[in-house]
Write a protein of this length. Structure first.
Length: 204
């Protein structure tokens, strides 16, 4: 299989019924956004084919179970972490399904808050905090001026969003908090042992 042409590479996948997809760009931090990416299940694919795609055809290569497509631009984003510091470069589109990449969100192609507003089970990535602030949300500070919370592996890293909201209601004696404010949780930082996050609120 030496000296394969581009057409022969594509023919190999078609004849062996191996699904593949090519994305024109990678919308993921740390990657060359000018290069397309060739995504497939590489198990059993000859090294000559893989090398031709990566080195001669100049594609990035990715595993099909590690990447997914933006529902608007069809560019690729990672669906699984590749390091302890990794954060999603996308927002989940809850009502319609699928995901929207960071670039499309920042370009205003999607309403950021869908699926993240007034829920304790999901938080926006740190890169979306500026967008929250542009929407009028501001960082919540409790009565002890605490603005960040930590969930992790070590003792004391046991903050939970639902408990934080309960604490806010008790501290402020404001039983109408949920009627008066919208809220969004946001990740501030991630590491190998913890996640640091904050609460942003806005009057309805």
């Amino acid at each position: 299989m030496k000296n394969l042409t581009k057409n022969q590479v594509f023919k190999y996948f078609e004849e062996n019924n191996i699904f593949f997809k090519i994305h024109g760009k990678i919308e993921e931090m740390g990657y060359d956004r000018s290069k397309p990416i060739f995504i497939t299940n590489w198990s059993g694919v000859p090294e000559e084919v893989k090398e031709r795609i990566e080195k001669t055809m100049d594609y990035e290569i990715g595993w099909s179970d590690e990447w997914m497509s933006c529902s608007i631009c069809d560019n690729a984003v990672r669906s699984v972490p590749e390091s302890f510091m990794w954060e999603p470069s996308y927002i989940i589109r809850e009502r319609e399904g699928g995901i929207i990449c960071r670039t499309c969100v920042q370009d205003g192609e999607f309403e950021l808050l869908h699926g993240y507003l007034n829920t304790t089970t999901r938080a926006v990535p740190s890169w979306a905090i500026t967008l929250l602030q542009n929407e009028g949300f501001y960082l919540y500070s409790d009565m002890g001026n605490k603005t960040t919370y930590v969930s992790g592996l070590h003792d004391g890293m046991n903050d939970r969003p639902d408990q934080i909201l309960d604490k806010i209601v008790k501290e402020t004696e404001n039983q109408d908090f949920f009627a008066k404010y919208n809220y969004v949780f946001a990740v501030r930082e991630t590491s190998s042992y913890c996640s640091i996050w904050s609460l942003y609120i806005k009057k309805k």
